[in-house]
Design a protein around this ligand. Structure first.
Ligand SMILES: CC(C)(COP(=O)(O)OP(=O)(O)OC[C@H]1O[C@@H](n2cnc3c(N)ncnc32)[C@H](O)[C@@H]1OP(=O)(O)O)[C@@H](O)C(=O)NCCC(=O)NCCS
Length: 150
């Protein structure tokens, strides 16, 4: 994994090969999840920042990813990180850490004051990864209400 490289895309289309690779990665999120359509994935890079780890700079296969959602309120900017995923065969080689290091670099470079993310308490690998990077658990309840369509 010496040539592994982390890129990010913003406001530019992902090419078809990358879209397919991301579509395959998404169900590897812990807890399982159905993937999304190719069009929805391609559109994500229009208003979110998509980070991808490749086996080789520029040309390599995508083996890891995350999606960064920028937000701004009261004159302060922050980012939310979602969908941090490394392909199963490639876990344990430092790719998750490399992606998150790049996200932290991006946070500073874009003048954001913090990075927020959530993960399940039982997801040992993810919790250890985030804590090893200085993330602290916030004591807050996390709620969601699903809005049923009429
Ligand atoms: C969480 C995940 C992204 C980590 O990616 P990875 O490339 O395997 O992680 P790295 O090799 O960069 O490891 C970085 C650190 O994470 C922790 N870690 C990674 N895998 C671990 C495991 N199986 N058990 C315990 N800690 C682990 C360690 O602290 C490790 O540092 P160390 O190697 O110095 O001990 C990966 O396991 C994954 O994709 N899981 C499924 C999707 C998921 O649950 N994503 C998180 C959603 S919030």
């Amino acid at each position: 994994m010496n040539d592994m490289h982390v890129d990010f895309f913003y406001a530019e289309p992902l090419d078809r090969r990358d879209v397919k690779a991301i579509r395959k990665l998404i169900p590897e999120l812990s807890g399982g999840r159905e993937s999304f359509g190719e069009r929805e994935i391609a559109a994500t890079a229009a208003d979110h920042v998509v980070f991808v780890a490749r086996t080789e700079r520029g040309v390599g296969k995508i083996v890891g990813m995350c999606v960064v959602v920028p937000a701004s309120k009261f004159g302060r900017k922050k980012i939310f990180v979602e969908d941090v995923i490394v392909a199963e065969k490639f876990r344990g080689f430092g790719i998750g850490r490399a992606i998150m290091d790049k996200v932290i670099w991006y946070t500073k470079a874009t003048g954001c004051y913090c990075v927020d993310l959530t993960t399940r308490p039982k997801n040992e690998a993810a919790n250890k990864l985030y804590q090893s990077l200085g993330f602290k658990i916030r004591e807050t309840n996390c709620y969601r209400r699903i809005i049923e369509s009429d």
